[in-house]
Design a protein around this ligand. Structure first.
Ligand code: IMP
Ligand code: MG
Length: 176
């Protein structure tokens, strides 16, 4: 059990499950991109833990870039335009894998994808540790998914509630 901001969380995904799943994703990427070079674009802040575990198991030639998504106001609302900031690498004709912690409605990733597609990459795929299939309403696909999960809010392993919980080594789900 873990408590922040008067909310109670219980353990949901263990360290071992996380390790096994991250290894599975890394193996798939290594296999799919054998003989290719990849530019990984990690979406901060949430994906920093997942990315650091995933990337240390990638054995193809690659570069890693870290970007942030800025919203135009403070609201959590997903319907605001989100701009990618901090992208310095050349995208044109490169194989891109976007590394994200969680894809929920998919709106954030829709914006990220559209901005990257304008820069004419050779290919673009998404690796997300977590995916909420019941909430996803987009017509692109997320190729590398760690866990398909239900709705309730989760924290840990990079994911936060108001900035708290990112440091937890396992994933916790909110308790109603
Ligand atoms: P989307 O635009 O609806 O796909 O929302 C994605 C963003 O919302 C993620 O990048 C997270 O920052 C945040 N988010 C969605 N669900 C959760 C959750 O269960 N825990 C923590 N953050 C979440
Ligand atoms: Mg995020």
């Amino acid at each position: 059990m873990y408590s922040i901001e008067n909310k109670v969380f219980e353990k949901y995904i263990s360290k071992v499950e996380l390790q096994d799943t991250v290894s599975r994703l890394a193996n798939s990427i290594n296999k799919d991109y054998a003989n290719k070079e990849v530019l990984f674009i990690v979406i901060l802040n949430g994906a920093f833990v997942f990315a650091s575990d995933l990337l240390r198991q990638i054995n193809i030639p690659c570069q890693v870039s870290f970007v942030k998504v800025s919203t135009y106001d403070n609201e959590q609302s997903t319907n605001k335009f989100k701009q990618l900031i901090g992208l310095n690498e050349e995208i044109r004709d490169r194989h891109i894998i976007v590394v994200e912690d969680i894809v929920d409605t998919g709106f954030t990733m829709l914006n990220i994808r559209q901005q990257l597609l304008k820069l004419a990459p050779a290919s673009i795929e998404i690796a997300s540790l977590l995916f909420k299939p019941h909430k996803f309403k987009q017509d692109y696909s997320v190729k590398y998914i760690g866990f398909n999960i239900e709705d309730p809010f989760i924290i840990g392993y990079g994911l936060d509630l108001n900035g708290y919980g990112r440091n937890l080594p396992e994933i916790y789900q909110i308790k109603n």
